[in-house]
Ligand binder design. Sequence first.
Ligand code: SIN
Length: 528
Amino acid sequence: MKPPPAREPRTDVLVVGAGVAGLTAALEAARTRRVVLVTKTALGDGSTPHAQGGVAAPTGRADVPAHVADTLAAGAGLSSPAAVEALCAAGPAAVRVLAERGVDFDRGRDGGWALGLEAAHSTARVLHAGGDRTGAAISRALAAAVRRSDVTVHEDTFLLGLLTDGGPEGGTVTGAEFLTGAGAALRVHADAVVLATGGAGQLFSRTTNPAVATADGLAAAFRAGALVADLEFFQFHPTVAATAEPFLVSEAVRGEGAVLLDAAGDRFMPGVDPRAELAPRDVVARALVGAMAAHGGAPALLDARGVSAALGRPFAERFPSIARMCARVGLDPETDPIPVTPAAHYWMGGVRTDATGRTSLPGLWAAGEVACSGVHGANRLASNSLLEALVAGGAVAADTAGGPGPATFDDTVPETVTDVAAPAPPVAAHVGRRELQAALWEHAGLVRDAAGLAVAEKILTPQEDPVDLPATDPGVPRSAREDANLVLAGRLLVAAATARRESLGAHSRSDHPTTPHRPVRRSFRRTA
Ligand code: SIN
């Protein structure tokens, strides 16, 4: 039977993705323009509702310079100072807007917002809601606001690719093509397309990310010819429960005094870094891997038994979700140290954007984890992701009003661009998801070397001519389209990690331990 013709609506702004960045962009743009929002799951799904720790935001002007300094220090010299300054300065207003939209941030005894401490922050500045249910509270409020608004929403609708006018060097992006859950083609034409599709934790066997984090937006942008950058920098969260059902144990737990022990019960972080358990995430994750290796691979332990005494209230009141997930696997954080190992958590790299969220392709903007705005550099500061998604969502909404124009990339960090020959249409994955995840975990994970990266490259490179994935054929399972995106993203990550023969932030090369004096950003672009 012939499939029905594609529906081809036209709008002012098309937003793809419905986490905090996409929801914010849609709400802000809808103040003055027609907005269509498309997501492959449901409004508010994605990584946002899984965020436990909170939103880092200077709650007073006086804290802005220190938040800037902490963010730059974590970024290890690869962050763009102007982007970081803009992010931190926008923090107070961004969280006020969230509160106006109904997010009920937790309050302290004095009635003011309660501020948590997390790793590599020089002061307590992390706002949280529902204890450790911050992301869920934000998602709920923003999704409800979108449902009340004039935004046209398409859920369960998968991004196939971007539409362009066929001009030189990728041309101008004019819309995007999708396949609905019912198998119908949808082509949305728009003056501005905003990618807010999140990250790609599904590249790795162990991840805190939900199943939907499969690099769909990054792959579509790269295929269309957009610059992508910093792909070698993938953050691994140190404390994910090493239990039958792994779950994130927020850094905020260490912020409230929990300590890390090796399998023999000895605390190891003070010997690694003067900030001990509150050293930057990359430092803690690598130390944890070292402590595990010294004990035959046995997980380390997060000892939170002193947290209630420090807080003056039960652990479960401050961290209700974590307490519930511990209970499910028979652990009580009041009495039992929690076995933990690192897991893939956040991709600092992504579609290269300038301060307004413009990409290298006119007509295409990106916000949130799919973007590489230069804010996070080589290692993101804890709880800066929700802040960035909020601020960037608002910034792209404002900028799209001016219509397509060239991006102005910050050149404070020198940048090299490498052309990669790759096909424009998606091609079928030649490896299964588990094999791909195992290869990246094993050979392109926390610590890498040339030999391992070469093995990963071999696994991810098809040995035979690739087979195109038919664009709108509803018979192709969605997982096959996701696998195609993951293979492309994995190959780019491995290429970036291979090319960077030095160690910096989250990118650690055992064969090149030296840290560069002046880091260079590495970007990739597809050539036909
Ligand atoms: C956490 O709560 O530890 C995760 C928050 C983040 O990734 O910033």
